[in-house]
Design a protein around this ligand. Sequence first.
Ligand SMILES: Cc1ncc(COP(=O)(O)O)c(C=O)c1O
Length: 374
Amino acid sequence: MDLFKTYKLWPIEPVKGLGCRVWDSKGIEYLDLYGGHAVISVGHCHPHYVKALTEQAGKLGFYSNAVENSLQTTLAAKLGEMCGYPDYNLFLVNSGAEANENAMKLASFVTGRSKILACGKAFHGRTSGAVAVTDNPKIQAPFNRTGNVEFIPLNDTAALEAKLATKEFAAVIIEGIQGVAGIWEPTAEFLAAARAACDATGSLLIMDEVQSGYGRTGRFYAHQACGVKADIISMAKGMGNGFPIGGIIINPSIAATYGMLGTTFGGNHLACTAAIAVLDIMKAENLMQNAAEQGKFLMESLKGNKAVKQLRGRGLMIGIELKDGYETLRDRLLFEKHIFTGGAGASVIRLLPPLCITAAECGQFVASFNELTK
Ligand SMILES: Cc1ncc(COP(=O)(O)O)c(C=O)c1O
């Protein structure tokens, strides 16, 4: 059997990692400013994380959601304490797309409405519902175009208010910071208007923090910098530091009924162990603060570089919009300087490093970036 070739692969196979570094099968060391696409939060192979997972694997790897699982309640308590939504309820799944699917389904159940409002250039995942609210027809099949989704430009408050005023929408879904689109932030005014319009019209505000959450921007969720509270928040990526886990947190005013949501693998013992270890490490090592500080340092250091058209983002979610396309530079960083970075759009280098990145590692990136763009 061969693989279904739907990915464009770099000819590199990472086989080992530690902190912000990975090594490939030839023994070459790489600095990781990509984090496997914002997934590695507390660093590759953190000893506490490895120990916790190894111990749990030797005890019990899985049992179904039909029985009690105190790892889930421990995770919910720790998450509630750290994320600033202590009174919300947690539903666990396995990925970001699945988190958004459940967020939208729940909003539809609660409101009895079938439509969802989303933002231009948004990316919310590739499963049917998530891709339907993703503003990219190229990755939607005819099956995904249900007619239940409408888009408004990000930060167009008037358009948002006009759509929600129809009272047809179960929810509006907004990324904490648009990642795939190239690091575009919703303004505080737009989020405040979304909150107010949802309250006035009976829609729910869903914040997709799959990429921008989990401390990456220096706040637990990016939207918290705008002082707005969401009804449902989706998360995944950094939550398990590579172990697949996602979830939604839900306003306590939304009551669960039996069978409303469900999953086989969501919240399994290994996934919860990984997520608990992530929160414990984030807290012990003050990684949210580190994300804010190193992000600031990267932004300051890249200012004034002549190849850069605009710097966008917060904390360790940074978009470097270049005057030219990004691919050549990203490949040169990878193959000549052995630094992983991401891309977005046509001309944006995306930095999504582990939150434990050091000032020296940021400095190494900046020196390489400057050298290749001088
Ligand atoms: C904002 C956002 N939402 C959802 C997803 C989908 O997550 P997953 O690939 O885990 O399904 C992504 C993935 O990049 C994302 O960036």
